[in-house]
Every structure is written in C-alpha cells, then in structure tokens.
Ligand binder design. Structure first.
Ligand code: NDP
Length: 247
C-alpha cells in the first residue's frame, strides 16, 4: 500500500493501459479519478476501483479541451481537496504513410496526445505547487524514440511528450514535483488489436522477451513512479518494451 491517502487522476482510464494503471494505483491505496471521452467505460473503471475499497470519480473529459480540463481539476479539488498524481495516458493513432497523411490526421493525433498532455499538466500545476507535492507520469511510446514508418504524427507527438516531460521536471522539481515518461513497446490493447496480423507478427519478432506486453506491465511501472520508492527519479524515460529498443 505505497499510495495510501494519495489522489490520482488517470486520463483515458476507461480501457486498455489507462484502466490498468488506475486499478494498479488503487490497489496501492490511492483514490482515483478516471477521465475518458467515453463516460460508460470511465464509470466501469470507477466502480471497479470502489470495489477495491477506494474512492473513485468518473468524468467525461476530453483532454483536448483546456477549459474542460481546468473545470475537471476544480471538481477533483472540491471532492478530494488535492491532487497528488497525474497520469497522462489518453492517446490515439491515425496511421498512414507521410505522403498520404491528411492535415486532419496530423492535427488529431497531436491534439490528443501532445496538447492533451500539456492541458492536463498545466491544469494540475497550480494545485501541485501549492501542495509542494506532485507525481506526473506521461505515457509516451518507444515510437517517440525510434520513429516508425506510417506513424509520423504519433511519433512526433510522443517525442514531444518526452521533451515536455523533461521541461516539466526542470520547471517543477524545486517544489517536490517529479515528471517522468513511460515508453511502452508493443502492448496488447484495442489500439494494437486493430493492426493487421502481419504487422503484429513483425512487431512480435522484434521483442527479445518473445511476447506482447500486458497493460499490467506498464501499470506496475506507473505505480512505482507514483510511489515514494521513486522520490529521487525525475525527467526520465522508462522503457517498458520487452527489450525491443536497447540504448
Ligand atoms: P486504447 O485505445 O485502448 O485506450 C485509449 C483510451 O483513451 C480510450 O479509453 C479512449 O477513449 C481514451 N481517449 C482517447 N482520446 C481521448 C481524449 N481526447 N480525451 C480523453 N480520453 C481519450 O489505447 P491503449 O490503452 O493501448 O493506449 C494508452 C496509451 O498508451 C496511449 O497514450 C498510447 O499511445 C500509449 N501506448 C500504447 C501502446 C500499445 O502498444 N498499446 C504502446 C505505446 C504507447 P475511447 O474509448 O472513446 O476511444
């Protein structure tokens, strides 16, 4: 129970990796707020958190909307009095080769992945500064480190998240607020289930551990980064990819 009395917000927590992160934080004792564009999914995660004996709050918040994010943070402060942990997990893909990529595909991915991370980080900054405590965890991707054909928008958004993480760490470190990125590899969720089978097999062949990652593999690292075990870690990118990318 490393997160007792902590209050966590997980964006895109209705399903996939975000849902698993919210549950992992709750198992460690944290109360959790789930934001998602799909309110029904967010409610299900919140109910499962309550079943673990924690307090939970589900809300339909689109992270691309700064005003909505700020309003959502105020509601969390009203209910819980503080916010200790932010996990910027909401993310989308619109894959196609650069030459065919529409402006709308580019804008949509940058808007959710990168601007969404900025919006939520900006919205928690004031309450975290006031509290002199904060743990910000941004879900990047190994694609933001290595690039990938067909994912120019996604790769750029995730590389941007890494730079944003390091800047956040430098700006807020003196107030005991850490910011780290987790860069998952190939994780089994709806996002990767929609890839063609031949692409999935090619990706799998690149994983030394010989299996796809599970959402829990990512969630466990987030729980560690949110805990006091990681108090002296900030501005880092933790790769969780079964060995796909080695520095
Ligand atoms: P999923 O598509 O399974 O889940 C993403 C969740 O985010 C969904 O619940 C989705 O809602 C929600 N969401 C999408 N847009 C917004 C928005 N604008 N505001 C709030 N919530 C939103 O993805 P994963 O669980 O696979 O991915 C989670 C994160 O991990 C993403 O940032 C992704 O880039 C990253 N990642 C995933 C990898 C993988 O292999 N799966 C690898 C590396 C990184 P809705 O249900 O309505 O779509």
């Amino acid at each position: 129970m490393r997160l007792e009395k902590r209050v966590a917000l997980v964006t895109g927590g209705g399903r996939g990796i975000g849902r698993e992160i919210a549950l992992a934080l709750a198992r460690e004792g944290a109360d959790a707020v789930i934001w998602d564009v799909n309110p029904a999914d967010a409610e299900i995660t919140a109910k499962d958190i309550e079943a673990l004996g924690r307090k939970a709050l589900a809300a339909q918040v689109d992270v691309t909307d700064l005003a909505k994010a700020e309003e959502g943070i105020n509601k969390i402060l009203d209910k819980f009095g503080k916010i200790d942990i932010l996990v910027n997990n909401a993310g989308i893909t619109r894959d196609t080769l650069l030459m065919r990529m529409s402006e709308a595909d580019w804008d949509a991915v940058i808007k959710v992945n990168l601007k969404g991370t900025f919006n939520c980080t900006k919205a928690v900054t004031r309450p975290m500064l006031k509290n002199k405590y904060g743990r910000i965890i941004n879900i990047a991707s190994i694609i933001g480190i290595m690039g990938n054909a067909g994912q120019a928008n996604y790769a750029a958004s995730k590389a941007g998240i890494i730079a944003l993480t390091k800047t956040t760490a430098k700006e807020l470190g003196s107030r005991n607020i850490t910011a780290n990125a987790v860069a998952p590899g190939y994780i089994d969720t709806e996002m990767t289930q929609k890839l063609p089978e031949d692409v999935r097999q090619k990706m799998l062949a690149l994983v030394p551990l010989g299996r796809m990652g599970r959402p829990a593999d990512v969630a466990n690292v987030c729980a560690f980064l949110a805990s006091s075990d990681a108090d002296y870690i900030t501005g880092q990118v933790i790769v969780v990819d079964g060995g796909m990318v080695m520095a």
